[in-house]
Design a protein around this ligand. Structure first.
Ligand SMILES: Cc1ncc(C[n+]2csc(CCOP(=O)(O)OP(=O)(O)O)c2C)c(N)n1
Ligand SMILES: [Mg+2]
Length: 206
């Protein structure tokens, strides 16, 4: 069942071979989106929230214990791991260190690609909206503007927490400097800028 999704080619691969045995249902508010690329068996035109609200009471809860057990097995068999002995500076290690120096408080925004996966895996997120990424939409270039915007939306006391000590606002990459660029944590952290592209630390920008 696809809800508000468009069966894009990243999802389907070769359309003629996409889920040939499945009964496909598509919920979309736009009738022209239905069966646009994949012919579906069940079409529901409507607002996703209302449609799902109406569908939920019709379903019996299914715990799917076997499936959950299988997935848990994969998690155990393929844990997040990397070579910690190598003298090379691996991105996974860098992201773990960003986690340490920001004490897990940073909002992490990403572009698209391998660093996005590593950022999802190796920074430990504690609260909703701490990891801001375009996900499957695959928007390269999303990371920097998202890093600029994310702290603006934060409560005042949480802003700018991840700034380095003694760094003047005007020296901050992308910062207008001055107002709002106050370092909230004067105890000081080492500089946290990750050179080049990759995971941007929100506090690094404002
Ligand atoms: C605008 C845009 N162009 C192309 C792509 C396809 N694409 C996805 S990941 C990627 C490479 C990203 O490389 P980089 O930013 O260096 O991230 P890395 O995988 O090295 O961490 C490309 C070209 C895309 N998602 N968006
Ligand atoms: Mg790259």
């Amino acid at each position: 069942m696809a809800v508000g999704a468009r069966f894009d080619d990243r999802v389907t691969g070769k359309i003629s071979e996409f889920a040939p045995k499945a009964i496909k249902a598509h919920v979309d508010i736009d009738p022209s989106a239905i069966s646009k690329s994949v012919a579906v068996d069940i079409a529901v035109v409507g607002h996703a929230r209302l449609v799902l609200k109406q569908l939920l009471p019709l379903l019996d809860a299914e715990p799917r214990r076997e499936w959950v057990r299988e997935v848990r097995g994969w998690i155990q068999g393929f844990p997040f791991a990397y070579d910690r002995q190598t003298p090379e500076l691996l991105p996974q290690y860098v992201i773990e260190q960003i986690y340490e120096v920001t004490r897990g408080n940073a909002i992490i925004t990403t572009d698209v690609g391998q660093h996005q996966m590593w950022s999802a895996h190796f920074y430990k997120y504690a609260r909703p909206r701490q990891f801001i990424s375009s996900g499957g939409l695959g928007t390269m270039g999303f990371g920097l503007p998202a890093a600029i915007g994310a702290p603006i939306r934060l409560p005042r006391q949480d802003r700018g927490v991840h700034r380095g000590r003694r760094q003047h606002p005007d020296e901050l990459p992308g910062a207008g400097g001055g107002r709002g660029a106050r370092a909230a944590d004067q105890r000081g952290h080492p500089e946290q800028r990750v050179p080049g592209h990759g995971a941007a630390v929100a506090g690094d920008v404002l």
